[in-house]
Design a protein around this ligand. Structure first.
Ligand code: G
Ligand code: G
Ligand code: MN
Length: 498
């Protein structure tokens, strides 16, 4: 009897500790091990809980550093991208849309030079604080580094509203800043870009507000509204929008397929599908020219459904021809907010009688970060169907490892920016090697994209990379071209075909 008691009072706390360790491994740091005993196990549990706190705190710090400027503590450029993306997606109408103001300080370099870097730093902190007093609820100040600040008003009301804000901010800068008792006047200049008149996507708006801010530096006025391209840009986008809708409905889009080689087997075991638009006047339009537009206008939903439908049907045809290859489809940020998507995918799996694991859905890190909770729900449902999930452009986003662990991911795709110059840049090799190790430690497959030379192919093979994709093997091809390529290439032989 006594023996049993002792065994129990040891196993239970040990089990509690093991459970705690498992949770930490899964990226959950808030769990506390409850072991009340006053013996060694009790102290071990206490030490364990302190360790969990430490890890949680460090993860918070790392996350904070990734998204905040170190000097002012304000959200940084990465954060601006995410917040602007959110603001664009959530803008309720054309009349209520994001406004961006970018503020630069004229001759700030000279101030730094004359008064010293410490005073310069002190001033930048004060500028950040003063800007904070102009942002009401739901608007934000960002510090992009140096003397470069951005104000984002997610629910703006057009150009006049933006100018109104700029004038208020400029008036606020007429009051000198006090540094160690001395008043210092700063010459603030503001650039303005407003959605949707100047652009409807994150990249464009940030680019245009930057141009406007540069113009403001040279200008007699101390603010400039972006405009030079306005007249050319907007009508073109509107025409494109109508044409794109037509293209989705009438089949002017086409899926191209880029082979993915399996390094161990030395043959093609997958393809990534990439959409192209056969435009009646402009010829073949690359996705970078219309995917952002589709993403900002809701057209991405029918576009992605079209891509999924086409890729799944193609997968069935490959299978009927005895070709067992995994087919990848790209999803956009907005698709991860679409809670109907998993059901659509489930239907396609059923209609085409496809082995779910032979389909792989590529999502980018930044897409997940737009609304992590909702994305997670959609991704988990997709995973529940048995389809594979891949993180695209891996290494370019800022998702924490905690997220990665909680997502049901099957593959990481190393962004081509790390791969394409691996032969000349040893930093790239370090990054690529670390991503491969990280993936393998998490039990994931790794694909390297952007392989353009045999040298890089060999390096990746030696680093233990699982799969590769790039112009060395082939650029994206039409189905007909792909089938032909597969017959001609020595990478094409599949056991099923032989
Ligand atoms: O094929 P490149 O082929 O130029 O593709 C450029 C970009 O467009 C890539 O980032 C790719 O992920 C994206 N893209 C290509 N096809 C699709 C698609 O069907 N859906 C989505 N959402 N993005 C795509
Ligand atoms: O979805 P993703 O962003 O991963 O899209 C892949 C993109 O990479 C497509 O635009 C495709 O055309 C492009 N691509 C594929 N192979 C190579 C390559 O070897 N070099 C370069 N520069 N681009 C490539
Ligand atoms: Mn991709």
């Amino acid at each position: 009897m006594r023996v049993v008691m002792t065994a129990r009072s040891v196993t239970k706390p040990v089990l509690a500790l093991a459970e705690g360790a498992k949770r930490i491994e899964d990226g959950e740091y808030t769990h506390r091990v409850a072991v009340a005993q006053k013996d060694e196990l009790g102290s071990l549990a206490a030490a364990f809980n302190t360790m969990a706190d430490g890890i949680a705190e460090r993860e918070e710090q790392i996350k904070h550093q990734a998204y905040h400027d170190r000097l002012t503590g304000l959200p940084n450029r990465e954060c601006l991208h995410i917040e602007l993306e959110k603001a664009i997606m959530n803008s309720p109408s054309v009349a209520i849309s994001p406004i961006l103001l970018m503020l630069n300080l004229n001759r700030f370099k000279a101030i730094n030079g004359v008064l010293g870097l410490r005073t310069g730093d002190r001033l930048l902190k004060l500028v950040g604080e003063r800007l904070g007093s102009f942002v009401a609820e739901r608007s934000m100040t960002f510090h992009l580094g140096g003397d470069n600040f951005v104000l984002l008003f997610p629910e703006g009301h057009g150009v006049e509203h933006a100018v109104d804000i700029a004038l208020k901010v400029l008036a606020g800068f007429e009051e000198p800043f006090l540094v160690e008792g001395s008043p210092i006047s700063l010459d603030a200049r503001i650039g303005i870009a407003v959605s949707p008149v100047h652009g409807t996507d994150t990249e464009t708006l940030i680019k245009f507000v930057d141009i406007a801010a540069h113009l403001a530096k040279e200008s007699a006025d101390n603010f400039t509204v972006y405009s030079s391209q306005l007249d050319k840009h907007v009508p073109r986008q509107l025409t494109m929008l109508g044409e794109l809708r037509h293209a989705i409905e009438h089949g002017d889009l086409e899926l191209y397929y880029q082979p993915k080689v399996n390094f161990t087997e030395g043959r093609i075991t997958g393809v990534e599908s990439l959409v192209r638009w056969n435009h009646p006047q402009h010829g073949l339009v690359p996705p970078d020219d219309f995917i952002p537009l589709a993403e900002q206008t809701g057209l991405i939903k029918p576009l992605t459904r079209w891509a999924l439908k086409t890729a799944f049907a193609q997968k069935e045809t490959f299978h009927q021809n005895g070709l067992e290859i995994q087919v990848a489809v790209n999803l956009s940020a907005r698709n991860l907010q679409d809670e109907q998507l998993p059901r659509y995918v489930a239907e396609l799996l059923q209609v085409h009688k496809i082995d779910p694991a032979s389909m792989i859905l590529e999502i980018t890190e930044s897409a997940i970060m737009v609304d992590p909770e909702r994305s997670m729900r959609v991704i988990k449902q997709l995973d529940g169907l048995g389809v594979n999930i891949s993180i695209d452009d891996f290494g370019t986003g800022f998702s924490s490892l905690g997220y990665l662990q909680r997502l049901p991911v099957d593959e990481l795709k190393i962004d081509k920016s790390f791969v394409t110059h691996m032969d000349k840049n040893s930093n790239d090799v370090v990054i690529v090697r670390s991503i491969i190790e990280l993936a393998h430690n998490l039990g994931l497959k790794v694909t390297a994209e952007g392989i353009e030379t045999l040298e890089i192919y060999t390096m990746l093979e030696q680093l233990g990379c699982d799969r590769g994709q790039g112009y060395l093997m082939s650029k994206p091809l039409t189905v007909t071209q792909f089938n032909q390529w597969l017959r001609d290439s020595k990478l094409g032989s599949t056991p099923e075909v032989l």
